[in-house]
Design a protein around this ligand. Structure first.
Ligand code: SF4
Length: 529
């Protein structure tokens, strides 16, 4: 075990809490020491839930360890059932409780409650939060559907053509990234294709909703970190296919529409028209992103160096958008979950970079510093890292902070999601550019408060005078003055070499013997024309 200040993921029981808290009538009894209730804050403070998570803690203390902590488990299960009257109960151990081996799940199962009791075995020392969420979701559904699984080898009957196709949206949870709004966006797409949503789960679902999952024709694997284990089982057991495309970005949304339409047997043209799937062309008018990214105002985006580190789903999708739709250069790609390392490695190979698979934020910080990107797309950990390094950053994935749960509608999936991503990735760069210009020109006469608007004639005359001043003491070879050098050092390191070369060639072309601060700015103005 490694002690650390920050982690990308909590222990697996936090994943189980995410499933319980996402649903409406599920309760979780967690065998855990005093102090573990800290986890409630993740949901009430970060996710801004207006109620405590549906979790009862056994809250054993050091003095309880001498007696029977098993009795505490039974008492907590009985109390939770009486008080909350859930439709199903999850029971499991936190990391510390795992060590005392009370078998809390088995104890609860033996209590003969009149509701399904799902015993969770989540190895806290080898697995993490997302895995815990995926396992919990899978075991819960499996327990609820146990009596509906068809005999092995039986064929799923074809859909009655008189009925509209139906899909389940699987994987959205609390503490996921923008799940609430992504679901709305995907619902809109499905509606436009004539596909009904059967169940959304776990977010907002009831236990009875989970029993209805097999009524859908196929599953949409929206957040594979949480839903892929379940959709795999539903495919094997009920013959329900699942989507593979994550609809993030214009190209991927169009691919997703094509994939969903094929699974549902419907015509994709209401959303795709006659266009080629995957093409983020200008005519993909459902989103402003393709045109904005190509507009003259965005030309400074071309070739921007971007480092991406997130959960696998968002990291892989973001890399495609960055490279294919924004015109950025991907200089780093990685994820913190080893379970999805293979997918990320495959994606990284497409961009000619080596995937970084690590849950050590210090290692990630080193890799970012070495790659010297102009933009970091990451989690809230990378937001801190980028801030320390003075690099622009946008958050694209959990783990998140409170500001990543916005009050406004803010999906990242679908066509509207592409608009949101354009704004949130590009604005930090615009701000970075503005900040840089303001810094460089802070002493310029046009940038002090007393300066009149630059289009007025008086200013034009002043500009001429300054330009002439800069050229007045011409000599043979250009040498940097101390002030000039100092100013040059304020330019970000990745463009400093170019600024030095341009200024020297400008000075030489004008026969200047020294390069002052003014020469530097004159050169900049000259090359900017
Ligand atoms: S049981 Fe695990 S999560 Fe809870 S306080 Fe101990 S180490 Fe932390």
């Amino acid at each position: 075990m490694q002690l650390t200040l920050w982690t990308y993921e909590g222990p697996p029981h936090i994943g189980a809490m995410r499933i319980a808290t996402s649903m409406r009538d599920l309760h979780y009894v967690l065998h855990a020491p005093q102090g573990d209730t800290y986890a409630d804050l993740l949901f009430t403070m970060i996710e801004r839930q207006d109620r405590r998570p549906p979790v009862t803690y056994t809250t054993f203390q050091a003095r309880d360890l001498g007696g029977s902590t098993a009795e505490l488990v039974k008492a907590a299960v009985a109390e939770a059932f009486e008080r909350f009257r859930p439709a199903a109960l999850l029971v499991g151990d936190s990391c510390t409780a795992e060590l005392i081996q009370d078998q809390s799940g088995a104890l609860a199962a033996g209590m003969q409650l009149p509701i399904p009791v799902v015993a969770l075995e989540l190895p806290a020392y080898s697995k993490k939060e997302n895995w815990g969420a995926a396992e919990t979701f899978y075991h819960l559904v499996r327990a609820l559907l146990a009596d509906q699984v068809p005999a092995p080898g039986s064929k799923r009957p074809p859909r009655d053509p008189a009925r509209r196709p139906r899909a389940n949206l699987l994987g959205p949870t609390v503490l996921g990234f923008r799940c609430r709004d992504d679901v709305t966006e995907i619902r809109r797409l499905l509606d436009a294709l004539g596909i009904d949503v059967n169940v959304v789960a776990p977010l907002g679902a009831s236990v009875d909703d989970l029993r209805r999952l097999p009524d859908a024709d196929f599953n949409i694997d929206l957040y594979p970190e949480v839903s892929r284990t379940l959709t795999g089982w539903l495919n094997r057991s009920f013959g329900m296919p699942a989507t593979r495309t994550i609809p993030m970005g214009v190209g991927a949304t169009r691919d997703f529409i094509a994939e969903v339409a094929a699974l549902a047997g419907v015509d994709p043209s209401p959303l795709l028209g006659g266009e080629t799937p995957g093409a983020a062309g200008r005519s993909s008018s459902a989103s402003r992103q393709p045109w904005y990214a190509r507009s003259v105002d965005s030309t400074y985006l071309t070739g921007k160096r971007v480092f991406i580190f997130a959960d696998a789903t968002h990291a892989i999708a973001a890399a495609r958008i960055a490279a294919e739709e924004m015109g950025f250069t991907v200089v780093g790609l990685g994820c913190y979950a080893r379970d999805f390392a293979r997918d990320v490695r495959e994606a990284a190979a497409r961009y000619g970079v080596e995937a970084l698979i690590s849950d050590d934020y210090l290692e990630v910080e080193k890799a970012i510093a070495a790659a010297a990107p102009e933009l970091v797309l990451g989690t809230q950990m990378e937001r801190h890292i980028a801030k320390r390094l003075g690099i622009a950053c946008a958050v694209i994935s959990s783990p998140i902070h409170v500001q990543d749960v916005p009050a406004r509608y803010s999906p990242v999936y679908g066509f509207e999601g592409a608009n949101v991503l354009f704004d949130s990735w590009v604005h930090p760069l615009v701000m970075g550019l503005e900040e840089h210009l303001l810094q460089m020109f802070r002493d310029d006469f046009e940038f002090n408060d007393a300066a009149p608007a630059s289009h007025l004639p008086a200013v034009a005359a002043q500009t001429m005078a300054v330009a002439e001043l800069g050229m007045s003491d011409a000599d043979d070879g250009p040498a940097w003055t101390a002030d000039g050098e100092r100013e040059l050092k304020k330019i970000p390191f990745f463009v400093r070499g170019k600024a030095r070369r341009n200024t020297e060639s400008y000075a030489r072309s004008r026969g200047l013997s020294t390069i002052t601060v003014e020469t530097l700015y004159d050169a900049k103005a000259h090359f900017a024309r």
